[in-house]
Write a protein that binds this ligand. Sequence first.
Ligand code: ATP
Length: 252
Amino acid sequence: MSLISAVGLGVSYGGRKVLFDIDFQLERGEIVTIVGPNGSGKTTFLRALLGVVAPSRGRVTRAKGVSVGYVPQRLHIDPGLPLPVSRFLSLPKRRSTSEIATVLERVGVPDVARQNMATLSGGQFQRVLLARALLVKPDILMLDEPTAGLDQPGVASFYRLIDEVRREIGCAVLSVSHDLHVVMSASDRVICINGHVCCEGAPHVVRAAPEYRALFGLGTGGALALYQHSHDHEHDHDHNHDHEEDHAHHAG
Ligand SMILES: Nc1ncnc2c1ncn2[C@@H]1O[C@H](COP(=O)(O)OP(=O)(O)OP(=O)(O)O)[C@@H](O)[C@H]1O
């Protein structure tokens, strides 16, 4: 049985259809990446799978006992509120000092337990959110654009960490991302949504799909070329321009 599945899923906000006709399954250990333009319903889709947004159509089914660790896109913490990392990790469930130390060590920020959440750097903050998601011993790690705001090395090292963790605990990873060049290479499946599923499949299939190209246009040409260039060294002569652009971007 799939870890989680959606059949004919639709979500509306105040009568406005945001998602419709979505069929989806996530299997144990799978890495699936959701891509789509801003406002296409990616976050809503994750929230519907989590059960925090009610479907207006269709249904979501989770296998019994499946635990989900969720890393949200944004989490605003009032800078005036003194909230040490260790306290944050103990919400809502109390965690022992050693559990907290172990998980912080695992995500590469062993020294922040007593630091206030508001004083963490962007990269440290994301790692603490990941630590919180790992404390539930997830069968599914759901990540909503977890590297927004990080620089290129920060993005790469965050995804390396996700990959290590996934291998260690064998969880499935369902992520929403715009970092296609990093994420797509590691995904078993990419699903492109824009209210509904436009196209899906192995990364190279989605990359070539006309529906995907129509949505993203040339805007991600450089990023896709980087993925293609650094991972399989295919030299597609139709995309020399993208490659050149990309080298410039890479070097800068
Ligand atoms: N709670 C809400 N109430 C009303 N409308 C909402 C709500 N949450 C999201 N929306 C709307 O639903 C649409 C899809 O939003 P969603 O956040 O799911 O998109 P997204 O693909 O994750 O976008 P982004 O890439 O910008 O994060 C948007 O038009 C948004 O304004």
